[in-house]
Structure formats: structure tokens, C-alpha cells
Ligand binder design. Structure first.
Ligand SMILES: Cc1ncc(C[n+]2csc(CCOP(=O)(O)OP(=O)(O)O)c2C)c(N)n1
Ligand SMILES: [Mg+2]
Length: 312
């Protein structure tokens, strides 16, 4: 899990480093600071399980085994991108890896994830679907319709809500009455758990229980994972000067960096050394460098294919 979090961090930091070159012409919503949710959940899944994601999908896609070069090619608008260069950063999918789709319309991927779980149930497959959603999508009607249906049909699905406290610049407390957010899951009959989303082991433990329930026909779960996005809502920079959140709050969360937390634990147990971590980082830096080179060398889509995928 440490490896996977480091790999995602290195990939996203390199996206941030290169973003001002303006070769990536799509918006990017970085998951830096939130890696433990994607990695903890993915480590509880198996081949054949599927995920759906949102605008902030890089970590979900990579943690589930999505192809890195195809992702970077997608951000660069290339023919070899995972969406043919037509979707950009918010439309990552890799069917071979079980990344069914990612969608930028808040809430839109939720019913698709429920549909995937319905298909598993109808086809009597032993698989589960994971729906990643942000705190803001709990305010969308489609979340409630989907949760209701999933509970009614006892579908093998897990709603993983990353509560990073914000929808763009608007704090949760200015959008919702003060309440226990897991109630929005349990009210529909989802097995709801609240956990520290920056503790990858806590995420993994909770996900493993939820996956077991789903696989054994005990129905859907709702995991509420508290976490925090470090960078601006959309883009490579920090935006703490804007005033919608305080530097103190940011520093509080940065001190609880999910990667540093796990590293400290593993170092103190003697399970890894500083040198191991350096070696992992060096390996991921060269992997990301090579993936960027391959993606940059790939062709742009041929203009004659411009209408491909347009259905109306
Ligand atoms: C239906 C809809 N409304 C508004 C937007 C604009 N929008 C894009 S991301 C976003 C914030 C979503 O917040 P959250 O779900 O908590 O995810 P986070 O960005 O915090 O990861 C909004 C409002 C959108 N994409 N879709
Ligand atoms: Mg949010």
C-alpha cells in the first residue's frame, strides 16, 4: 500500500510540475493528500471487481491498476489515451483493470456503479462494484435514488465517500445542516462506517469487511472517509491565499499526510528503511518519466476521426 500511494503521489506531482507547459489542455483535479482512500480500498478488491469514479479520478484509476501511460496520454489529448484523447483527466477508464468509468458530472457515475453491481447480481458473478463519490454528491438526488435501489436489491456495491470538507470553495458546513453524514447511508439501509481516510490500514480494514459483506450477499455498504485535498480544487497550485479555508486547517491536515503516517509506522516497525523508500521513489520517478515520454511521443488523434463517439 505504501508503494501504491508513493507511485500515485509521484505521478500527480509530475503532472503538477509539467502542467504549466500547457501540453495538458484539460482541467486536472489532483488527489494529492487523499491517496489512502483509493489505495486502501483497491487493496481489498480482486480482478473482476469494478470501480466508478468522479472528476478527481487519478488515484482511483491508478490504485485499481489503470494503465499509467494511457492516462498521461489522455491528459495530453493523444490518440493512445484511455479515452482516445477525447476525454481528458476527468474521463479515465480502463476496462481490463476494472475501471468502468470516471465522469465529471457530480453524482453521474453513482447509478452506473449501482448498475454494474446489478449486473454482477443478475449474472451471479462473485464480484463487487465500488462507487467513489465526493461529499458534495451526497447533496445530489441521484445519490439517494441509487442508495435506495442498492439497498432494496441488496446489491454487491460499496459507496466510498471521500469527505474532504469542500465542494470547490464551499465548506460542508455552508452546504448541509450539521449532521452525522453516515446517517445519509444508514437511512437508506446501507451498512455505514465512518473512518479516518488518511489511515490506509483503517481504510483497507473497513473496505475488506464491506467487500466481504457484498460478496456474501449481505448487501451494500457506505464508507465515509475523512480526508483533505492539498492543492487547489482544479489545477496544480496551492490556493490557501484565497481565503475559503485557513492555512491552519491546511497545516493540520498536511501533518496527517497519509503517506508520512504509514512511513513512520513502517520505519518504526523496521518493515522498511529510509533507503527502501528512496529506492521506491527513484523507481517511480523513472517510471513516470518514461510514461510521459511515451505519451508525448504518441500521435494526436487524426482529425478525420473527429466524429467518432458522437451519437447524435
Ligand atoms: C452536477 C454538477 N454540478 C456542479 C459541478 C461543478 N463541480 C465540479 S467538481 C465540484 C465539486 C465536487 O465536490 P465533491 O463531490 O466534494 O468532490 P471534491 O472536488 O471535493 O473531490 C463541482 C461543484 C459539476 N461538475 N456537476
Ligand atoms: Mg469534496
Amino acid at each position: 500500500m505504501l508503494r501504491d500511494m508513493l507511485r500515485i503521489r509521484v505521478a500527480e506531482e509530475e503532472i503538477a510540475n509539467r502542467y504549466s507547459q500547457q501540453k495538458m489542455r484539460c482541467p486536472v483535479h489532483l488527489s494529492i493528500g487523499q491517496e489512502a482512500v483509493a489505495v486502501g480500498v483497491s487493496h481489498a478488491l480482486q480482478d473482476g471487481d469494478q470501480i466508478v469514479s468522479t472528476h478527481r479520478c487519478h488515484a482511483h484509476y491508478l490504485a485499481k491498476g489503470g494503465n499509467l501511460t494511457a492516462m498521461l496520454a489522455e491528459l495530453l489529448g493523444k490518440e493512445t489515451g484511455c479515452c482516445g484523447g477525447r476525454g481528458g483527466s476527468m474521463h479515465l477508464f480502463d476496462l481490463a483493470a476494472g475501471v468502468l468509468l470516471s465522469l465529471p458530472i457530480v453524482g453521474a457515475s453513482i447509478p452506473v456503479g449501482v448498475g454494474a453491481a446489478l449486473a454482477f447480481q443478475q449474472e451471479q458473478k462473485p464480484n463487487v462494484a465500488v462507487i467513489y463519490l465526493g461529499d458534495a454528491s451526497l447533496e445530489e438526488g441521484v445519490y439517494h435514488e441509487s442508495a435506495n435501489f442498492a439497498a432494496l436489491k441488496k446489491l454487491p456495491v460499496i459507496f466510498v465517500c471521500e469527505n474532504n470538507l469542500y465542494s470547490v470553495y464551499t465548506a460542508l458546513k455552508d452546504r448541509q445542516p450539521s449532521r452525522v453524514l453516515t446517517d445519509l447511508g444508514s437511512a437508506h439501509g446501507l451498512h455505514a462506517v465512518h473512518l479516518d481516510g488518511n489511515d490506509v490500514r483503517a481504510v483497507n480494514d473497513a473496505a475488506a469487511i464491506a467487500v466481504n459483506r457484498a460478496r456474501s450477499g449481505d448487501g451494500p455498504s457506505f464508507l465515509l472517509a475523512d480526508t483533505y485535498r492539498w492543492r487547489e480544487h482544479c489545477g496544480p497550485n496551492y490556493d490557501n491565499t484565497l481565503g475559503y479555508r485557513t492555512v491552519a486547517e491546511f497545516e493540520h491536515w498536511r501533518a496527517r499526510d497519509p503517506i508520512a503516517v504509514l512511513q513512520r509506522e513502517l520505519l518504526s516497525l523496521g518493515d522498511v528503511t529510509e533507503r527502501d523508500i528512496e529506492a521506491m521513489l527513484a523507481g517511480f520517478r523513472s517510471e513516470v518519466e518514461a510514461a510521459f515520454s511515451a505519451a508525448e511521443a504518441a500521435p494526436m488523434p487524426n482529425p478525420v476521426t473527429v466524429a467518432r463517439g458522437i451519437y447524435a
